[in-house]
Structure formats: structure tokens, C-alpha cells
Write a protein that binds this ligand. Structure first.
Ligand code: NDP
Ligand SMILES: N[C@@H](CC=O)C(=O)O
Length: 811
């Protein structure tokens, strides 16, 4: 025998009831059906009762609508007029009862518990009679068999009496039998109910007493999901759960099944299947006691509850005093306040509990009353309520005795800046629950889902400033590589924001990198880079990365606040890391403390790996004692390209056109770009260098650099064509070449300037825009480590930035 329970949505309309008929017709064995009220009817009944108790005459029209909804269903389900009339007559007593009780409540302006239970159960009585007629099922009145008593202000099922009565029904069951869910009665015969969602419980009680082979809960979702699908679009249906896992998940926000339902089925080892009435072919979720092979993931699902408050009672006078918890929980129980989570540290200094927010003030008053003396004596120093909180829990039987579960959980939320206010884990190790701010729920669920591999890919949310030479190439690479990254690295890079000087474009769901620049031109929202930063922080997305492809100090100035908000930063812009040492250090320290990333590999040598090997040397205990380098792609290109026919002024323009120079080439020609790179190299090598420690000889005389505009500079720089050619010729005659080099000594000083090198020097053969870095260290003391290759250019730089972005994702 099978028990099938259909919820309110499953029987919410005549069409849906026809679907139920199809499902029933496909059953081979005897079935017992349990139905809820038609969708939304219980809420309407409670509303009508409340309006009546408030003396609001509107209750009558609410009742009228309830009657009409049922009459319409009957008309739609039964085409035969005689049959229609038969069903109308069958439900007439329920309509009469509804009218008379609500009228009584309206007249005396009082809604007793007894009246409320009678009114709220009428929906199931109506739906069950209508559906039983439609299915030709034998109808049973659940109130006769399901017996309750009151304990702690709630109706509890009298299991012994119920089981005895239900066993007597067994011989009377038909091929198709139907019971209303939710409703019951007490010893005196008064109508009672099993609590909202109680129809599931009715079905489980019947399954246990009738010794059913299977309990099927038919609802409007495919089953238990790995997380709330409204928050996590990648959440998927869990195929199998143990009874204990299902109990934990159903308690924690996943409103798929009413929690008490699990116990009767568990005790009789009856499997439960969650099925979707609107998608009956999908297997749904099977809940049973069978061991799973292969061993399933440690975590089966993530639950969350919103609209809760964290209430903390604290005071030194609580330490070592027995009975405090007993009094606290008794005072809450007396007010029928349900405690969702409890957390107390071994110091006993405070006890934190989570309750529904609409009960927080009632809870405060109850605790203040109970602990008046302790509060007056300051043994308890206060009761603090944090509202707008949420509880998140990870659930899975396989967490038991598996080390690292909480480490992974709290590491992943912590790295994303989600503060954890309280934690609870039972010794069963089945559930780890923690309390966070409600605004962080989406972020927390996303990172947990990813961390525990419940998702089949990770996501990185990208915010890019700069769509010029480097930024535009980066966008091309993202567009071209995204499919490969997804297929081979299971990494999805989502471009969420793009900004330039005039404004920004944002899309929570991600935008197409190949058309983003075009769309920014068309639809940009005006705003500064600070506005862009505020939007990034407000969006509060997990795994966010800010990418700077500008050359702007204003953009560099927002890194600290982004890192403070747990947004990683990847930058091609050298300004931040070459500004004061304290700024550079604070940025790096913040990233380290928060477990996020601040990467700037392209700041030196563009796409060449220079910073990472230096970091490796330093971290492995080596000491860098000397560095010599050619660090300017632009200046190396210039000295290599100058000839009798190619004067300096022309080659400067070429370097810009080839994407080697800075947006303003004077930054290269002044030596500033090389000074910045030298500072970064020195700092990464362990030297605390400031700009003043770098002695610089500009590539062109200072008087040219002091000219008021770039246009004027470009006009006047022609005057230098002849002197530069002269210098080149002189060097050539001596068998030498010009190089713009940088040298860092172990005294922590750096020198930057133009030099002449002969063919014995490693710089001599450095072609085109190439860079070279020679590193002498305690390990590399005789022969320096050499890193050499393209040191500038949009393509290599964009590739370097992209590599840093992927490193953030840690794949
Ligand atoms: N070229 C190379 O070989 C290498 C370059 N780099 C670095 O890459 C960075 C980018 O260089 P490049 O692409 O040539 O520069 P571009 O001038 O071509 O592009 C700069 C971009 O930054 C935007 N921008 C500038 N200021 C702001 C601001 N205040 N707010 C918002 N957006 C701003 C500009 O916006 P808008 O489009 O609206 O003008 C533009 O899109 C530089 O820092 C450079 O040093 C690093 C290594 C090598
Ligand atoms: N302008 C720079 C580009 C990279 O930082 C250079 O010429 O090297």
C-alpha cells in the first residue's frame, strides 16, 4: 500500500486536481490519499476569522469568496449537473458551519482557540470531499481517527489512541481511500489541527499505522534542493537523504516537508519520496535508512532561515551559577517562544539564542521578568537583540568524524567578509549552524555551495575599470577564453561591472565581455570611480574581484576600501604599489589578513613572471642582494629603433602606437615608470624603499618634461632628435649600445638612468621592447637568475592581468 499526500498547490485548481487524477490512475496498488486545502484557502479562512474577531464586516465577503472558490471548482470538475448537485449537497454542512462560526465570532468579537481550529480546518474538509468524489475514492473523516491533546499550548498527537483507531480502519480501506490532512479532534470531540503543514504529518501517521510500503509527498518542487533555489540558481535536487538529514533540512527553512512527518515513517522504516505534481517524471528525493554507495558527499544541503533575531543574555554573574539556562528556557517556553538555535561558550559569560524576529520583544520582556533580581544587581548586565539576522546550516551525515568541515566552512565565508555572530554544532556532527546578518545570506550561500563542491563550477565576479589599450584586450581575452575556462577549469568569470571616466555599466547577472565596451558607450550610468566602488560594495557578491586597467591615481585610491570590504584587487596600474611604503604595506597586509588577493604581477615587466619568482625566493628564505634590470619596454624600444632615418620624436610616437608607452609617454621618458617599477621590485625583494631613495636620471632633459602640455612637449622634443642620434653614434663607435637601466643595491638604494653597455653585458642583446631582470641572491650569488622577454604591449599585459585574475580563483 502507498500513501500519497497532495499539498495545496497540487490541488489548487481544477486543472491541478485533474493532474492528481492522472497520477492516481497510474498506481497499481491500493492507495490512500491525503489532501491539503485548495491552495491559499487556509490563509483565507484564518483571515476571515481574524476579521470577524476584530468586528470587521469584511469577514463576510471573505467567507463568500471561499464558498465561491469551492463552488467554481465543483462546477469545473463535474460536468454532469446531477453529480454537481450531489457534491454541492455534500459540502453544504461545511459552508453552513463556516458561516455560523464566523458569524458567532463576529458577534462576540472573540476568537477562541477552539473556534480558530474549527474554522482553519474547514478547507481540508471541503477539498477532501470534492476530490474524493472526483476520484471515486472512499472518504474518511480524519477527525475520527487522529486524536490530540494540548501540551505547551500546542496540539500534540495522542499516538497511542490514534494508532489504535487507525488500525481499526484498515479492513475498511478501499482500492482508493482519501483522508483530509491537517485536521484532528481531541478527547471531547472538539475540532483540532496538527499545525501548518500538518497534512504531511497526517500522511505519515497513516503510513505508519497502515504499514505502508511507501509515503509519497506530492508538492510543487522537484524535491529537497541543495540550497534555496531562489537564492542559488545552481542549486539542484538532492536524490537521496537519510531520515536524519531530511529532518535537519526540513527544520532549517527548506519548506518541502513538515518536520514532524519524518518520525513516524522513520520508526516504521517506511521510505518517503518527495515528488513534483507538475513534473511527475522526475525521480524527486528519496528519504530512507539505506546506506549510500558510493559514499556520498559530506554535505547534502545548505539551509537558511531569514527573519530571525539573535538574543544574547550576558553578565559575569552567570558564570558557574546553575539553573540559569533552565530559567531562561522555561521563561521562553511559558510564552510559547520557539528557540531555533542556542549557543553558549564554556566561559558561561553569555547565552545566545535565535528566535523569530516577531517574537523578540516578547522574549525580552519574559527574560527581564524572570531575571529582574539579577538585572537589578547587575549580575546580568544586559539583553542584546540583533535584528535582521539569518541562520545558515550545512547538513550531511558524512560530516561525522571528517576533519576540516568547519575549517572549510568558516574559511570560505570569512574570506568573503561574512561575519559569523554565533555558532552551534551538535555532537551528532550532522549539522553545523551559524548566525549571520540577513544581508549576507546570498553571499554566504553562494560561497558555501561552491566550497563544498555542491556546484559543478566556481564563479568569479569581475569589476573592471579601464577599457583602453590594456582593458579592451583583457575583455577580448575573457570573451575568447570563457568557454575553455568553464570546460577545463570549471571556472565561470562573470563580468558584473565596467567603468571608464565618464560612467559605468553594471549587471548583477553578468554581461557579455565582447560587447561590454559598446554597451558602456550606449548605456552608461554616470558616476565617479568612488560611485563604482560603492556599488560594488553594496552588491556584496561572493568572490568579487576588482581589476584596474587605468593609469589613474584616483582609481588606485579606492583599493584600500575595496580590500576592506573583502573584494580582491588585480591591477596593471603601478601607482598604488609605488606610492608610500606604508600605503603599499597596508594594502598587502589587508589582503593577507582577510584571506583575499592583491595581485599586481604586470606592474613590472608586463606579462613576464617577475614578482612571483621574487616572492618565491623571499618566502623560501633566500635574501636578494642586488638587482639589475631594464624595465622600460618603451625606452628599450626607443634605443633599439633609433637610427639615422628614425629620429627620437618619431620613435616616441611609434612606441605609443604599439601600445608600449603609458597613456602619457612622458611618464616613461621622465624615468617615472622605471622608478615605480624599481620601487615595487625592491619592496617585493624585502627592501623598505621610498621614492626619495631612488636616484633618477630622466631619459630626456627635465626642462622638456616641465613643458605645460603633452602637445608642446611633442613639438619641442624634435630638438632632441639630433643630440640623441649623436649619442647613439658615439656609443656605436665604441662597440656599445644605449640602455635605460635600473640597479638596486644591498644598501637599499636604487639608481635609474641611461647607460652604455658593451657586448659582454647581459643587456647588450636585449631586443625590441624586451625587459630583463638579473637577480643576485644568497642562493644565486655567482650567476644571477635571469628573467627576460617582452616587457610591454597590450596583449602580453592583458594576458598577465588575466593570469592574476585566474590565480584569484585559485584554479
Ligand atoms: N601598455 C603596457 O605594456 C603596460 C601597461 N600597464 C599599465 O596598464 C594601465 C592601462 O594602460 P593603457 O591601457 O595603456 O591606458 P589607456 O589610457 O589606454 O586606458 C586607460 C583606461 O582607464 C580609464 N580611466 C582613466 N582614469 C579613470 C578614472 N579616474 N576613472 C575611471 N576610469 C578611468 C580610461 O577611461 P576612458 O576610456 O573613459 O578614458 C581608459 O579606459 C596603465 O596603468 C599602465 O601602466 C602595465 C604593464 C604594461
Ligand atoms: N610603459 C611601460 C609599459 C609597462 O609597464 C613600458 O614601456 O615598459
Amino acid at each position: 500500500m502507498k500513501i500519497l499526500k497532495f499539498g495545496g498547490t497540487s490541488v489548487g485548481s481544477a486543472d491541478n486536481i485533474r493532474r492528481v487524477k492522472d497520477i492516481i490512475q497510474n498506481q497499481n496498488n491500493r492507495v490512500v490519499i491525503v489532501v491539503s486545502a485548495l491552495g491559499g484557502i487556509t490563509d483565507r479562512l484564518i483571515k476571515a476569522a481574524t476579521l470577524a474577531a476584530e468586528g470587521d464586516g469584511q469577514y463576510a465577503s471573505e467567507v463568500k469568496q471561499i464558498v465561491e472558490i469551492h463552488q467554481d471548482s465543483i462546477k469545473s470538475l463535474f460536468s454532469d449537473e446531477q453529480k454537481q448537485q450531489e457534491v454541492f449537497d455534500m459540502v453544504a454542512p461545511e459552508f453552513d458551519e463556516l458561516n455560523s462560526i464566523t458569524k458567532g465570532v463576529f458577534l462576540i468579537r472573540e476568537l477562541s482557540r477552539k473556534s480558530l481550529e474549527s474554522i482553519s480546518g474547514i478547507g481540508e474538509r471541503l477539498s477532501s470531499k470534492i476530490i474524493a468524489s472526483f476520484l471515486n475514492a472512499k472518504w474518511f473523516d480524519s477527525r475520527k481517527y487522529i486524536k490530540t491533546y494540548v501540551e505547551y499550548g500546542r496540539s500534540q498527537v495522542d499516538l497511542e489512541a490514534t494508532n489504535k483507531l487507525l488500525l481499526e480502519v484498515v479492513p475498511k480501506l478501499d482500492k482508493i481511500s482519501l483522508f483530509p490532512g491537517f485536521i484532528s479532534s481531541n478527547k471531547k470531540g472538539d475540532n483540532t489541527t496538527l499545525g501548518r503543514g500538518g497534512s504531511d504529518y497526517t500522511a505519515s501517521l497513516l503510513a505508519a499505522s497502515f504499514d505502508a510500503d511507501m509515503l509519497e509527498i506530492w508538492t510543487d518542487v522537484n524535491g529537497f534542493m541543495t540550497a534555496d533555489p531562489k537564492v542559488i540558481s545552481r542549486a539542484y535536487c538532492i536524490e537521496h537523504l537519510s531520515y536524519a538529514e531530511a529532518m535537519e533540512l526540513s527544520h532549517f527553512g527548506a519548506k518541502v516537508i513538515y518536520p514532524p512527518t519524518i518520525l513516524p515513517a522513520y520508526q516504521k522504516k517506511i521510505p518517503i519520496t518527495i515528488k513534483n505534481t507538475f513534473n511527475p517524471e522526475t525521480p524527486g528525493t528519496l528519504i530512507d535508512g539505506q546506506k549510500e554507495t558510493p559514499k556520498p558527499r559530506q554535505i547534502k544541503g545548505i539551509s537558511s532561515i531569514k527573519n530571525v533575531s539573535l538574543l544574547t543574555v550576558h553578565g559575569m554573574g552567570m558564570v558557574g551559577v546553575s539553573g540559569i539556562s533552565m530559567r531562561l528556557f522555561a521563561s521562553l517556553a511559558a510564552e510559547e517562544i520557539n528557540v531555533i538555535l542556542i549557543s553558549q561558550a564554556s566561559s558561561e559569560n553569555s547565552i545566545s539564542i535565535v528566535i523569530e524576529s516577531d517574537q523578540s520583544e516578547k522574549a525580552r520582556k519574559a527574560i527581564e521578568k524572570e531575571f529582574k533580581r539579577e538585572l537589578d544587581d547587575r549580575h546580568i548586565s544586559g539583553i542584546v537583540i540583533d535584528d535582521q539576522m539569518a541562520v545558515v546550516a550545512i547538513v550531511g551525515e558524512n560530516m561525522k568524524h571528517t576533519t576540516g568541515m568547519s575549517g572549510l566552512l568558516f574559511n570560505s565565508v570569512g574570506k568573503n567578509g561574512v561575519n559569523v555572530y554565533a555558532i552551534a554544532q551538535g555532537a551528532s556532527e550532522l549539522n553545523i549552524s551559524f548566525v549571520i546578518k540577513e544581508r549576507d545570506i546570498k553571499k554566504a550561500l553562494n560561497v558555501i555551495h561552491e566550497s563544498f563542491f555542491l556546484s559543478d563550477y566556481s564563479r568569479l565576479n569581475l569589476f573592471l575599470v579601464g577599457k583602453g589599450t590594456v582593458g579592451s584586450k583583457l575583455l577580448n581575452k575573457i570573451a575568447a577564453q570563457s568557454e575553455k575556462l568553464m570546460n577545463e577549469n570549471r571556472l565561470k568569470i562573470r563580468l558584473i561591472g565596467l567603468a571608464g571616466r565618464k560612467g559605468m555599466l553594471l549587471n548583477n547577472e553578468g554581461m557579455d565581455a565582447s560587447t561590454a565596451i559598446e554597451n558602456l558607450e550606449k548605456e552608461s550610468i554616470p558616476g565617479t570611480v568612488e560611485d563604482f566602488r560603492d556599488r560594488i560594495i553594496d552588491m556584496n557578491l561572493a568572490n568579487s574581484v576588482f581589476v584596474d586597467c587605468s593609469a589613474s591615481g584616483e582609481v588606485a585610491a579606492i583599493y584600500q576600501s575595496l580590500l576592506d570590504a573583502n573584494v580582491s584587487v588585480v591591477t596593471a596600474n603601478k601607482i598604488a604599489s609605488s606610492s608610500s611604503y606604508s600605503t603599499y604595506k597596508k594594502l598587502k597586509d589587508t589582503a593577507r589578513e582577510k584571506g583575499i588577493r592583491f595581485f599586481f604581477e604586470t606592474n613590472v615587466g608586463a606579462g613576464l613572471p617577475i614578482i612571483a619568482p621574487i616572492n618565491d625566493l623571499v618566502r623560501s628564505g633566500d635574501k636578494i642582494v642586488r638587482l639589475e634590470a631594464v624595465l622600460s619596454g618603451t625606452l628599450n624600444y626607443i634605443v633599439n629603433t633609433l637610427s639615422e632615418d628614425k629620429p627620437l620624436s618619431e620613435v616616441i610616437i611609434e612606441a605609443k602606437e604599439k601600445g608600449f608607452s603609458e597613456p602619457d609617454p612622458r611618464v616613461d621618458l621622465s624615468g617615472t615608470d622605471v622608478v615605480r617599477k624599481s620601487l615595487i621590485l625592491a619592496r617585493e625583494s624585502g627592501y623598505n624603499l621610498e621614492e626619495a631613495d631612488v636616484q633618477v636620471e630622466p631619459f630626456v632633459p627635465q626642462e622638456y618634461l616641465d613643458l605645460p602640455s603633452l602637445e608642446e612637449f611633442m613639438r619641442k622634443v624634435k630638438e632632441l632628435d639630433a643630440p640623441f642620434e649623436e649619442r647613439r653614434q658615439k656609443a656605436l663607435k665604441e662597440g656599445k649600445r644605449l640602455r635605460y637601466g635600473a640597479r638596486l643595491t644591498s644598501e637599499g638604494k636604487a639608481v635609474v638612468g641611461l647607460m652604455e653597455v658593451d657586448r659582454t653585458h647581459p643587456f647588450y642583446d636585449l631586443e625590441g621592447s624586451n625587459n630583463i631582470v638579473l637577480i643576485w641572491s644568497e642562493h644565486y650569488f655567482e650567476h644571477p637568475m635571469q628573467i627576460k622577454g617582452y616587457g610591454a604591449g597590450a596583449d602580453v599585459t592583458a594576458a598577465g592581468v588575466f593570469a592574476d585574475i585566474i590565480k584569484v580563483a585559485n584554479v
